[in-house]
Write a protein that binds this ligand. Structure first.
Ligand code: AMP
Ligand code: MG
Length: 340
């Protein structure tokens, strides 16, 4: 049995008689992007669409990449203790959301967790894939943890000012892809393309309809099942004015001494997640929020995550690994409302 999720309200979308679906793709942020749009070929050329997408992605990378030396984020991370920086507008938008979610989640989501992320081999260097990479000692974790207080950044949204307390490393990898999806989607809409599906590294946002009046249907990424286990229900979403993001313990993970070390860190303990959550998918109108919430709920785990998501009316699907290897699913009521 498949589960189908559809938005509660449908925009009145003009039927696209004779329109075709076009597609472009490329690489960004260490992953891939894909843009699909329904329209008449003559309306907007593929070259113009590619240029607009590239421009939006370059803006996000230039401001928020941990990997690009000289990005605004990289310069902040290297800045001396006590220095105050005016951050560019897009970065400010992301930081504002990230700090709000850090507060709501009691620090489970933390945009200042870069020192811990690096220590566990998930930053630029060292990499957990390097030969001879060893998990850090408790003392090293404690030292890095001392530089992860997002409140010490004294974020001043009004003046877009941020203070480097000394050694704090911002990491927007849990939210910037979602923001990039939003930005690309908005730019395409401003170019006169209302029927689009935008994807960056598995985070998606859909608008309008494809030809034939059908919404953009996408299948949620499902965690792999243990061998011999019956497949759970596949979940299909109509991305009509909706975004979806998934965080999970099965991508970018290493094993050490029989323990799985996924790339998401619980900043409250300084350790990679070990709460048995295989994945969390979140639906939201904004992909920035879908991306950030899916990471936050992953860190919080099913019980705490369900409570916080429910309090904020977030549509979330939790997939938990049980002790016997079975996967069980839990949906918040906002997610249940979308299920047919
Ligand atoms: P995502 O795939 O969106 O869940 O983002 C995971 C990435 O976000 C990791 O590779 C880290 O770079 C970063 N990260 C890890 N733990 C956290 C956390 N607790 N809060 C915010 N970002 C994190
Ligand atoms: Mg995320």
């Amino acid at each position: 049995m498949n589960r189908v999720l559809v938005p509660l309200a449908m925009e009145a979308a003009a039927p696209l008689l004779g329109a075709q679906v076009h597609s472009l793709e490329g690489q960004t942020m260490g992953t891939t992007w894909q843009v699909r749009w329904a329209g008449h070929t003559m309306a907007v050329t593929a070259a113009r669409v590619r240029a607009a997408v590239q421009d939006a992605l370059d803006l996000v990378v230039g401001q928020m990449s941990t990997w690009l030396p000289g990005s605004d984020l990289d310069r902040f991370n290297r800045a001396p203790a006590g220095s105050v920086h005016t951050v560019p507008e897009a970065m400010a938008e992301v930081l504002q959301a990230a700090c709000a979610l850090a507060e709501w989640s009691g620090g489970a989501f933390n945009p200042a967790a870069g020192a811990l992320v690096n220590l566990w081999g998930f930053g630029p260097s060292p990499r957990y894939t390097d030969a001879g990479f060893e998990p850090p000692s408790d003392a090293a974790v404690r030292r890095a943890w001392a530089h992860t207080d997002w409140r010490a950044l004294r974020w001043d949204a009004m003046h877009r000012q941020l203070r480097q307390p000394g050694g704090v490393l911002l990491d927007f990898s849990a939210i910037a892809k979602g923001y990039a999806v939003d930005l690309v989607s908005r730019r395409l809409s401003a170019m006169g393309l209302p029927h689009t599906l935008v994807e960056v590294g598995g985070e998606l946002r859909g608008h309008g309809v494809r030809s034939g009046g059908q919404p953009w249907w996408v299948d949620l990424e499902a965690p792999p099942l243990a061998p011999g286990q019956p497949a759970g229900p596949a979940t299909r979403v109509a991305l009509h004015g909706l975004s979806v993001a998934t965080s999970g313990d099965y991508r970018r993970v290493f094993e050490h001494g029989g323990v799985r070390r996924p790339h998401t860190i619980d900043p409250r303990t300084g350790q990679p997640l070990a709460n048995g959550l295989a994945s969390v998918s979140v639906l939201h109108t904004e992909c920035l929020w879908a991306d950030a919430w899916s990471t936050a709920l992953c860190v919080l785990g099913q019980e705490e995550g369900m409570t916080l998501a429910t309090a904020h009316g977030i549509a979330a699907l939790f997939v938990q690994r049980e002790r016997d290897g079975q996967l069980t699913e839990t949906l918040t009521s906002a997610m249940q409302e979308l299920a047919e």
